[in-house]
Design a binder for this molecule. Structure first.
Ligand code: DGY
Length: 430
């Protein structure tokens, strides 16, 4: 790609970020997602920093201003009234001063804050803002291990598919059989007004998403009770790897800022988590698998959740096997990384997390593989991501076989990731 073409893409990405910017937080996209989402915001901050470092810090601070007293950081903050989204605050009823959801999302904040800090041109500003966020992110990490790893195994469970961010992954299909639908209050979905229903989760899945929300609400959103009371407890390798990477990054950042207790606690979490991840490894698939904590078995489902651990400092032989698996996947899909193995009969190229490519996941996998010395595979992921942008614009996700843009349009985190990819890529040549 020429420097001119790259500059043009960055300019268009900045336009997307600006049009979704609400002043102190950024919405993922208009219509479909009109509030602040947790991991969207943290990754978006990296794109914002490209043109406004102070604004990037504000993005993450706004999210943490709505952290719960127990340390949890909710997955949605409903800053304003807007009925284009369901389920809104009247369904969650979490009783927070500013309405929020009652579940969490992948813990990318520690990673994002470290990256903002490392790259900051304004060192004084970065030190001040990072120092203030450190104890908050540390409290969130502590919350995870206290509430989602009650037996101290070193790995945390999600209790709702929305927590993973990979809402309708094939990984959850078997566990979802245990989630009943009796008593789900009548509801009208709004997502299917903004995106093609064939690209979104099904009604059967929505019924179960809502049953879980109602069940947790009935328990007063008391996190001391929710894990054990949930029929859905999944140890997702990707989710854990993000937390482990964030703990390592937070530890490094804390050391740089002289906060040794925070550094020590997060280093220990990361070490224990990395050792425990070995239980999730599958030689047969050449990647990690989810563990269904209720059934006590690994889930036979080769999703991108088991490739995402490349983002953390997994052992060298595991990273090499994941890289080899990705080479194989590049032979089955025109664009990598598909969110599910196209060789699996359950793969669906267009339906949300059952096949499509997502640029945020590409970014994390490429980052980890490059650090582990698999630069060529990382480069292939970057190239696929840039090809998708050039050919199909800033979509929410893409068909890995055709590159067709899917889901919401003009998507904030896609734009932020493109800026990141171009920042890292060697721009030059024809
Ligand atoms: C949705 O509503 O689609 C979200 O993914 C839940 O966070």
């Amino acid at each position: 790609m020429t420097a001119h073409a790259a500059n043009d893409i960055v300019a268009r990405a900045v336009e997307v970020l600006k049009e979704n910017d609400q002043g102190t937080y950024t919405i993922p996209t208009k219509g479909l997602y009109p509030f602040q989402w947790n991991w969207d915001s943290c990754l978006t901050a990296l794109g914002l920093a490209h043109y406004d470092e102070a604004r990037a810090w504000t993005e993450i601070e706004t999210l943490f201003a709505h952290q719960w007293p127990d340390g949890m950081v909710p997955h949605i903050v409903f800053h304003v009234w807007n009925d284009s989204y369901f389920p809104g605050p009247e369904v969650w009823r979490t009783g927070r001063p500013t309405a929020t959801s009652g579940i969490t999302q992948p813990a990318v904040a520690g990673f994002a804050v470290r990256r903002l800090f490392d790259r900051a041109k304004d060192r004084k500003l970065a030190a001040e803002r990072a120092r203030a966020l450190l104890p908050k992110i540390d409290a969130w990490h502590r919350w995870f291990y206290e509430n989602r790893d009650p037996k101290g195994e070193g790995l945390v469970a999600i209790i709702h598919p929305w927590e993973s961010g990979r809402d309708n992954s094939i990984d959850w299909d078997d566990a979802f059989e245990r989630v009943p639908t009796e008593g789900v209050e009548p509801y009208t979905r709004r997502d299917t007004l903004h995106a093609d229903p064939a690209h979104r989760p099904t009604k059967a899945q929505y019924d179960r998403y809502l049953w879980l929300v109602q069940h947790f609400r009935g328990l007063g959103w008391d996190n001391a009770k929710l894990h054990d009371a949930s029929p859905f407890q999944i140890v997702d390798p990707g989710f854990n790897a993000i937390l482990i990477r964030a703990a390592t990054d937070l530890a490094d950042l804390a050391e740089a800022l002289g906060e040794t207790a925070i550094a020590k606690a997060n280093r220990a979490r990361a070490q224990k988590g990395l050792a425990a991840m070995e239980r999730l490894w599958s030689d047969a698939h050449g990647q990690y698998l989810c563990l269904d904590r209720v059934a006590g078995t690994l889930v036979d489902s080769a999703s991108v959740g088991g490739i995402l651990p490349a983002f953390a400092a997994i052992p060298k032989d595991r990273a090499a096997a994941v890289a080899a698996n990705l080479e194989r996947l590049s032979g089955t899909a025109r664009y990598v990384v598909p969110s599910h193995d196209p060789g699996d009969r359950r793969f669906d190229a267009k339906r949300y997390w059952r096949g499509p490519v997502w640029l945020v996941v590409n970014y994390m996998i490429a980052d980890g593989l490059a650090a582990a010395g698999h630069g060529q595979v990382a480069q292939r992921i970057t190239q696929s991501s840039l090809d998708l942008i050039r050919e199909s614009g800033f979509a929410e996700y893409y068909d890995p076989l055709t590159g067709e843009p899917l889901g919401g349009g003009r998507f904030t985190w896609t734009a932020a990731m493109v800026i990141e990819f171009l920042r890292d890529a060697q721009v030059g040549g024809a």
